[in-house]
Design a protein around this ligand. Structure first.
Ligand code: DGJ
Length: 752
């Protein structure tokens, strides 16, 4: 790792493991993008900015400056001064004109990485995760605007992290109409764009399409990162795939509105942009004020998506997740949502808890419906008082009973919301986000609380904290079930209404910061109507996030494939639920449901008292499986072996321990095929020289026997398993799955 200023060349070189990111100063004042990719280690690379060949360099040919601006590979594009590609920054001055041109002034190289005020951000660790930061200071003298472009690298990561700080050093207000975080211009005439998208219950499916001339964008202005798009994009070079080819990716550490765009210009270059969505955004920067953007993580891989995934997983485990649970064993929980929905009471919860305890489950989570008068989703959000009709003796009694069983207790909240039918709304209607004189749009019969107001943040915080202070509560599921609309705040002045979306998210971050500070031992799981706020911003506060309301094992294959492209498996909330599945009505084997949930945090979401005896016994086997393999799943390297989305037949993934002595392969036969022999699967990430002993992991005893004989106890070399493969027998029935554990024999020579 390192950041150097190459004085003779006027270049800045950031080295992050086997990658290099080079920045130059074009024509003496424009901060330009020189290179990003594999290490080149040659200081003479500045010509890549093309300023030498350009006949339009302003210092020599001012009359054609516009042609220069429209082609120069910039690090931070600004609007209105001749660059007609999309910009990062658009500033309106107090006289109403728009236009900004940034000139480079000076640089600073710092040890470590500064925090971002009020926002989640990657951080240095004391135990060897050190970092360095480059600050490039630029100015627009006419506006009196100072802009610092920040780049950080860590010693154990290949990622480059970017953010921007803007300060009004003039004497009149400035209006930021658009402030994105990052721009990256690169030569790429051909390739693909990869994004993640979908809908409620279909979150984060992988979407790959050819890069095309013009602008291709994913975005959200829903006030949340969203079910529909994800704050991520990657461009993939020609022929790039899972394990080969070049990939350039950006991921936004933010939970609100975003845009991510790839723009192919007239000269075949591609500009990647990422930042807060400008729609509905305007920030007033008064003299002396500073605005800091959320950060963007940039990743380059020369070995396809697989290597990109490893870089993201290691960065997030090593430098983003704050929770002490990151490396701790997570409790196996049972959540009552799909078991009872709103129809529960203490007696029912205890009945579930007793059976769960008998089978080895460790925590009961009480979901929506325990407070106010909430027996449907029609009301009571905001009235966070225990409903003693459902829970006689209150939470105290219930928690005592659960703890007496030897289980932990967790609870659901949706703190950011208010129901029109609630005491809170009747008392403080102005606390809801709304536009004066307009009836606010309801969604799930609820409004969004105005978290730009400090008194609302305080109320919300106390509502949650008061309950948590009342007894030994180990876990909180923090839900958020609607998107924002009617963007208006009764508190912000008319010039500041454009700040509401961002101030709202800062309010969410403030709440989660306070919560994790006051209750450092609390296991926090974020959630937003399933996975609408599964993003790196929320991950900073909670080590796991509910991935989707779709708990069907087959639907989850695509959802979890897309999610695990960026997020470590230990962050992905995944539960075994009842069949027919409540969302799609599909019936899948209990064992398959367990295998798929094992690629996540693992828990149950069903009425365990209603399971058959055989299923209850399988729960016991699954609990043993989780205890045995959770550390490997939590800490290991994830490999995508096959994708059902691509082959329409089967899905497979693997987790390999960092030292390559252990691996766990999961294979799901989505659709059975007649008249078909066994299927060859090439394993990944093993030590080619090690001898691995195989073991079939069985929960469904009826499936052992022949299948076990085929695998359990067999020993093969890593090279055979990876290059020759293993043969998975054709299984009878759709949606069947197997899991194979591989353990290296002690004498394995080290791989290089
Ligand atoms: C949406 C969540 O995703 C569900 O798991 C559940 O908690 C419901 N909200 C409760 O309203």
């Amino acid at each position: 790792m390192g950041i150097e200023y190459l004085e003779g060349e006027g270049l800045f070189r950031l080295t992050a493991q086997d990658t290099e990111y080079v920045i130059g100063i074009g024509d003496g004042k424009y901060v330009g993008h020189v290179y990003y990719g594999k290490k080149i280690e040659d200081n003479r690379c500045g010509y890549l900015m093309r300023t030498e060949e350009a006949p339009f360099v302003p210092s020599k040919n001012l009359r054609e400056k516009c042609s220069f601006a429209d082609a120069f590979p910039t690090e931070y594009s600004t609007w209105g001064m001749g660059d007609y590609r999309d910009s990062c920054l658009n500033v309106r001055s107090s006289d109403g004109c728009r236009g900004c041109e940034l000139h480079y002034k000076r640089y600073r190289i710092l040890e470590g990485k500064p925090e971002l005020p009020g926002m989640p951000a990657t951080f240095c660790r004391d135990d060897g995760g050190q970092g360095m930061t480059l600050e490039l200071e630029c100015r627009d003298e006419v506006l009196g605007l100072k802009v610092i472009l920040r780049y950080s690298v860590f010693e154990d990561s290949a990622a480059v992290i970017r953010s921007v700080e803007l300060t009004n050093e003039g004497d009149k207000p400035l209006y930021l109409e658009r402030v994105l975080t990052a721009c990256m211009d690169m030569d790429m005439e051909e390739g693909d764009l990869l994004t993640l998208g979908g809908s409620w219950a279909r979150e984060r499916h992988m979407v790959r399409r050819p890069l095309a001339f013009g602008k291709q964008m994913v975005s959200s202005f829903r006030g949340e990162s969203g079910h529909q798009d994800h704050p991520f994009l990657a461009v993939m070079g020609p022929n790039a795939g899972q394990d080969q080819g070049e990939v350039y990716a950006m991921h936004f550490v933010y939970s609100g509105n975003f845009m991510a765009e790839a723009e192919m210009s007239q000269f075949g270059s591609v500009r990647l942009l990422m930042g807060i969505h400008p729609e509905g955004f305007e920030w007033v920067l008064n003299p002396g004020d500073t605005f800091v953007t959320p950060e963007v993580v940039c990743v380059y891989s020369d070995q396809g998506l697989g290597k990109m995934t490893h870089i993201f997983h290691d960065l997030y485990r090593g430098h983003l997740i704050r929770s002490p649970y990151l490396h701790r064993k997570r409790p196996i929980l049972i959540n009552n949502w799909e078991a009872t929905y709103f129809d529960f009471n203490t007696e029912k919860l205890l009945e579930i808890a007793k059976e769960a305890k008998k089978r080895g489950i460790e925590m009961l989570v009480m979901d929506d419906g325990w407070f106010g008068d909430r027996n449907t989703d029609e009301g009571s959000l905001g009235d966070w008082q225990v409903n003693e009709k459902k829970l006689p003796g209150g939470l105290t009694y219930l928690v005592e009973q659960i703890r007496a069983l030897g289980m932990e207790f967790g609870i659901w909240f949706e703190p950011e919301m208010v129901s029109p039918d609630s005491n809170l709304y009747r008392t403080h209607p102005d606390w809801a986000v709304c536009i004066p004189e307009r009836e606010p749009v309801q969604s799930r019969a609820q409004y969004v609380l105005d978290l730009s107001r400090p008194e609302v943040v305080d109320y919300v915080y106390e509502s949650v904290a008061r309950i948590l202070r009342s007894g030994p509560i180990s876990y909180v599921k923090w839900d958020m079930n609607r998107q924002m609309s009617d963007i208006g705040s009764a508190c912000l002045g008319k010039e500041h209404q454009g700040e509401l979306f961002h101030r709202y998210i800062l309010g969410v971050y403030e709440l989660q910061k306070r919560l994790t500070r006051e209750f450092p031992e609390l296991l926090l799981e974020n959630c937003a109507s399933g996975g609408a706020r599964f993003d790196p911003g929320m991950l900073y506060y909670s080590p796991q996030i509910w991935c989707s309301d779709d708990t069907d094992a087959i639907e989850r294959l695509a959802i979890q494939e897309g999610t695990s492209l960026l997020y470590p498996l230990c962050t992905i909330g995944a539960h075994v639920s009842a069949c027919p599945n409540h969302i799609v009505g599909r019936v899948t084997p209990f064992e398959t449901r367990g295998h798929v949930a094992m690629a996540g945090t693992f828990g149950y979401e069903l009425d365990i008292t209603k399971l058959s005896q055989a299923e209850k016994e399988m729960v016991e086997e699954q609990v043993k499986m989780v205890h045995r393999f959770q550390p490997l799943v939590q800490e290991g390297d994830y490999y995508r072996v096959a994708s059902w989305q691509e082959n329409h037949k089967y899905d497979s993934w693997q987790v390999v321990s960092k030292d390559k002595t252990e691996a766990l392969l999961t294979y799901v036969q989505v659709l059975a095929q007649p008249n078909w022999h066994s299927r060859k699967i090439l394993l990944k990430g093993l030590n080619p020289n090690a001898e691995y002993q195989l073991e079939l992991i069985v929960q469904d005893k009826t499936k052992s026997g022949e299948m076990e004989q085929k695998f359990t106890g067999k020993v093969y070399k890593g090279s055979l398993l990876m290059y020759g493969g293993i043969l998975i027998p054709r299984m009878q029935g759709d949606f069947t799955s197997i899991m194979i554990y591989l353990k290296a024999k002690a004498s394995a020579p080290k791989t290089n």
